[in-house]
Design a protein around this ligand. Structure first.
Ligand code: NI
Length: 222
């Protein structure tokens, strides 16, 4: 028996990046909510918080099951786990600057329903329903798109999407591939520092983010 709170060894997972074709996979429903799935949920939260992001779909970590995690609070205090989510009501329209951990460094306006009602299984396999609005509603819709193999860049013009694709492919080509463990670690640390700089630079820009982090203009990186 293990002490409470230390029951799981968590691990960070690799996030697939656009235009990786695996991101286009349609996820299958989860049949059994068991300890193995709960371990994956723990890893997904760790990966999302570390990135940092506000939502992560299993598709993004190359697990093609209908599962997503989200937390739009500023202090990691409102974790949501949605298994086999289904939107049963939606209304209103909201436009948010969305980003995606699978499309690093890009933020574009996307229109979504402002309010949704969603049915899902929780981490104990119990059927639940919840209402969400604002950033949480946007985040859940964004993550549910991932489960369909859809990305936020699909809402942009073909020209814009191709421009993002080319830049990301080029960036990756310049990233080192075959390395010794030591250089791999250094490159990872450097790329993480670079990414968080870009993230804070973006968040600090007054034209792209609202002073109220939950406002409709908030930057949603999920
Ligand atoms: Ni995303």
């Amino acid at each position: 028996m293990r002490p409470a709170g230390a029951s799981e060894m968590m691990a960070k997972l690799k996030i697939l990046e656009f235009p990786d074709p695996r991101l286009r996979t349609r996820a299958s429903p989860v049949d059994v909510v068991d300890d193995e799935l709960r371990a994956l949920i723990g890893d997904m939260f760790e990966t999302m918080y570390d990135a940092p992001g506000i939502g992560l779909a299993a598709t993004q970590v190359d697990v093609h099951k209908r599962l997503l995690v989200a937390d739009v609070s500023p202090d990691k205090s409102e974790p949501h786990v949605l298994i086999n989510p289904e939107i049963i009501e939606k209304d209103g329209v909201t436009v948010t600057d969305e980003g995606c951990l699978s499309v690093p460094g890009y933020y574009e306006e996307v229109e979504r329903a402002e309010h949704i009602r969603v049915r899902f299984l929780d981490r104990n396999g119990e059927a639940q329903e919840m209402e969400a609005e604002g950033l949480l509603a946007v985040c859940i819709q964004h993550e549910m798109d991932h489960l369909e193999g859809k990305l936020f860049v699909d809402y942009l013009s073909e020209t814009k999407r191709q421009r993002i694709r080319k830049k990301l492919v080029k960036e990756r080509r310049h990233a080192p591939v075959a390395m010794t463990p030591g250089s791999y670690l250094r490159a990872r640390l450097a790329s993480r520092a670079h990414r968080s700089q870009r993230w804070s630079g973006r968040a600090a820009s007054p034209s792209r983010s609202s002073p109220n982090p939950t406002g409709p203009r908030a930057v949603a990186r999920n």
